[in-house]
Design a binder for this molecule. Structure first.
Ligand code: PEP
Length: 251
């Protein structure tokens, strides 16, 4: 049985005061909920402060990216060790905005996934197709290729640390959500791919989140699918009422 996992991705939003306020109100709202794993992925500069706010709660802390080297001359980058040091449990890796805006490749993403696991972080590894790829009937090819490349060299013992987030790029921040059927179809395909790459037990245990305009009004429908184990939430995670309502619905 997979425990549902709902994570918020604050992206490049909030400031010191609003980040702390958001975290504080979430802690109050989600007190006592232990049937759902929850996490918030906060801008790097506010991780430490938010970490203190979350310290006596069930809400885990995550970063939105991580670099694959552990220290040295990598100006502007942040290592796993640094993230662990400020209390992070999770790191989002390969988010579509990093793939398509920043230009991260599958090779870089794979290095990050491997480094995160080796460094004791739990990757939320994002995959998903562009609108033109979906329209050209290439969704499966794109997602399979991203997963094979992203998990290359990750051995069976270590892959259990990974949550895969299926995020169709056309649904991120656009208000367009994949239908429950579209999500389930890709999630089921991902689970069979993981079974093929590793084994059935690993695939059965692997949590696969959906992301892309998830909100309170579509949470029940999305989460009702047998292979949708959680949500990666952008916009709605910046609203305490919405994000906590989604977690309570799932709980
Ligand atoms: C995301 O940032 O991962 C995301 C899914 O964003 P949104 O929920 O705003 O579409």
């Amino acid at each position: 049985m997979r425990k549902p996992f709902i994570a918020g991705n604050w992206k490049m939003n909030t400031n010191y005061t609003s980040a702390l306020g958001l975290a504080r109100r979430l802690v109050e709202q989600l007190k006592g909920i232990d049937t759902v794993d929850s996490a918030i992925c906060v801008p790097f500069v506010y991780l430490q402060a938010v970490s203190s706010t979350l310290s006596s709660s069930n809400i885990a802390l995550g970063a939105q990216d991580v670099f694959y080297e552990s220290n040295g001359a990598f100006t502007g980058e942040i290592s796993c060790e640094m993230l662990k040091d400020v209390g992070c449990t999770y790191a989002i890796i390969g988010h579509s905005e990093r793939r398509h805006v920043i230009g991260e490749t599958d090779v870089v993403i794979n290095k990050k996934v491997r480094a995160a696991i080796a460094g004791g972080l739990l990757p939320i590894f994002c995959v998903g197709e562009l609108l033109e790829e979906r329209e050209a009937g290439k969704t499966e090819d794109v997602v399979v290729s991203q997963i094979r490349k992203g998990l290359e060299g990750v051995d069976p013992e270590r892959v259990q640390a990974v949550t895969i987030a299926y995020e169709p790029v056309w649904a991120i921040g656009t208000g367009k959500t994949a239908t429950a059927e579209q999500a389930q179809q890709v999630h089921a395909m991902i689970r069979s791919l993981v079974a093929e790459m590793y084994d059935k037990n690993i695939a059965e245990r692997m949590r696969i989140q959906y992301g892309g305009s998830a909100k309170p009004s579509n949470t029940t429908e999305l989460m009702a699918n047998p292979d949708v184990d959680g949500l990666l939430v952008g916009g709605a995670s910046l609203k305490v009422e919405d994000f906590s309502a989604m977690i309570k619905t799932v709980a």
